[in-house]
Design a protein around this ligand. Structure first.
Ligand SMILES: *[C@@H]1O[C@H](CO)[C@@H](O)[C@H](O)[C@H]1NC(C)=O
Length: 196
């Protein structure tokens, strides 16, 4: 009897704990999603901004710095995966000489973008005190350069001489990474302006 009632007590206690901790998580969630939504308003693609970042609300909370870092990380991940998709696609048969050329150029410029984003993410971790402006200006330069590289890739696929399917896959992906990068740049700039 005693054993089962203490078991019941422990079970209730655990349930209470589980409920209260999920209440705490729920309470902090709207604040962070509100913050992300508001911050995303200054980007060119606010809906993509919100959908790509709100899944990280728990990490971001209401920190402009973590928001910008997360946006860069999400962008890097997406550029990387697009780059590997393109490497795979370029191995497929039936592609024209021109498509293959455009594909190879894309892989190259996207590789540069990966590099630039990686460096930016590295510098984000070093931003403090007297180094802030110097590192921030590097980050802004690199993220802009990554965006330019992605645009270069899009241009390679602008012509009509391309196979419909390859072009559609590639363009969809590139447009997505370019929009993510543009948003990340806007959030980096927003974070930078807090220190101006
Ligand atoms: C972004 O990625 C870097 C490198 O992997 C990591 O150190 C950092 O914690 C990440 N930042 C966020 C906000 O997730």
């Amino acid at each position: 009897m005693e054993g089962s009632s203490s078991k019941l007590f422990v079970t209730s206690l655990l349930m209470l704990l589980a409920i209260s901790s999920s209440l705490v998580a729920m309470a902090s969630w709207p604040l962070s999603t509100e913050f992300i939504k508001t911050s995303c308003r200054s980007t060119i693609y606010p809906r993509l901004c919100f959908s790509s970042l709100s899944v990280h609300a728990n990490l971001i909370q209401t920190s402009p710095r973590i928001l910008a870092s997360t946006a860069l990380n999400v962008t890097l991940k997406s550029v990387r995966s697009t780059c590997s998709v393109m490497v795979e696609l370029s191995k497929s048969r039936g592609m024209s000489h021109r498509e293959l050329g455009a594909m190879k150029d894309c892989v190259e410029v996207l590789g540069d973008a990966v590099d630039q984003l990686q460096r930016s993410i590295g510098e984000m971790g070093k931003l403090k005190g007297s180094n802030f402006q110097m590192f921030m200006s590097d980050i802004q330069t690199w993220v802009s350069a990554a965006l330019t590289n992605e645009d270069t890739c899009t241009e390679g696929f602008a012509g009509n001489a391309m196979n419909g399917k390859v072009k559609t896959i590639v363009r969809g992906r590139i447009v997505n990474v370019a929009q993510l990068t543009s948003n990340a740049l806007a959030l980096v700039n927003q974070f930078a302006s807090l220190h101006a």
